[in-house]
Write a protein that binds this ligand. Structure first.
Ligand code: NAD
Length: 254
């Protein structure tokens, strides 16, 4: 399978391509130049905001792992450019080139204003906490539209906190380890059928924030558990912590 990975020079992207380059033929792209990536696949520099450049990337690939974009809160203009427009360009390129599967890096911030301690599932209402979170909710909706109209399947991964190891109290419910993230993405690429599935990108199938048991149905079996770090992190709490899933993001811009 030939897989296009956007945001390949980013944190998740780079670890992912190191882990999967022997399994798949990779086309790697980012707005950042990264010479190290060349050993893992064909690197093609592109700006997701430029449709012609995105169109070039999508020629002759079978699936897309769409990680590229601004990965935190920013101005509406910048989020609009890279995330709203960038994701739209990815779907248009997939449609034009007959690509039938996308793994979309969504975020817990698409549902950031959902209260904690209720274990929301994949059908939880979008309640974005930022322009960033709104761009992820938009991406998930775009995925639904392109599935209904063009049969493009998407697994939207509402990623929690991707870290080498958990570092604060909130991570007891949001952490995903590097190897679990890689595993979840591979499960999404390999699953027989995914339509417009939503999974939580966390290293647990069930916790106070997320009910991610559906992910087990596509073979996701997380190997790591934030509970192993409880002693180190349970008393580490950020300032202005909130009772919402999005944590401090729910305070931004108020
Ligand atoms: N890291 C997390 O905890 C986390 C949590 C939730 C969601 N996510 C999502 O996962 C994805 C990857 O996250 P990450 O932590 O690796 O972020 P990152 O910032 O390290 O990587 C994102 C990459 O996208 C690239 N990019 C940004 N704008 C671009 C553009 N216009 N054209 C081309 N490339 C562009 C950046 O250069 C960067 O290399 C992002 O979409 C992010 O929103 C991450």
């Amino acid at each position: 399978m030939k897989v296009l990975v956007t945001g390949a020079a980013g944190h998740i992207g780079k670890n992912l391509v190191k882990a999967i380059h022997q399994k798949y033929e990779l086309v790697l792209t980012d707005i950042k130049q990264d010479d190290e990536l060349k050993q893992f696949g064909h690197f093609q520099h592109a700006d997701l905001a430029v449709p012609e450049q995105v169109d070039e990337l999508a020629k002759n690939v079978d699936a897309i792992v769409h990680l590229g974009g601004i990965a935190t809160e920013s101005t509406y203009e910048l989020i609009n450019r890279s995330n709203f427009n960038g994701t739209y360009h990815i779907y248009e390129a997939a449609r034009k080139h007959g690509i039938k599967r996308i793994v979309f890096a969504s975020s817990n911030h698409a549902v950031g204003f959902q209260p904690i301690n209720q274990s929301i599932g994949p059908d939880a209402l979008h309640m974005p906490d930022t322009f960033y979170g709104a761009s992820k909710a938009f991406g998930e909706n775009l995925a639904n539209m392109y599935y209904q109209k063009h049969a493009i399947e998407t697994a939207s991964l509402r990623i929690g906190s991707y870290l080498e190891k958990p570092s604060e109290h909130r991570n007891l419910n949001t952490w995903i380890s590097v190897r679990d993230m890689n595993q979840l993405i591979v499960c999404c690429l390999e699953a027989d059928e995914i339509s417009t599935d939503v999974y939580y990108g966390v290293s647990s199938l069930y916790n106070n924030y997320f009910d991610n048991r559906d992910a087990a149905l596509i073979g996701y079996a997380p190997q790591d558990n934030p509970e192993d770090f409880r002693k180190e992190i349970e008393n580490v709490k950020l300032e202005n912590v909130t009772d919402y899933i999005g944590g401090v993001f729910t305070n931004f811009g108020r």
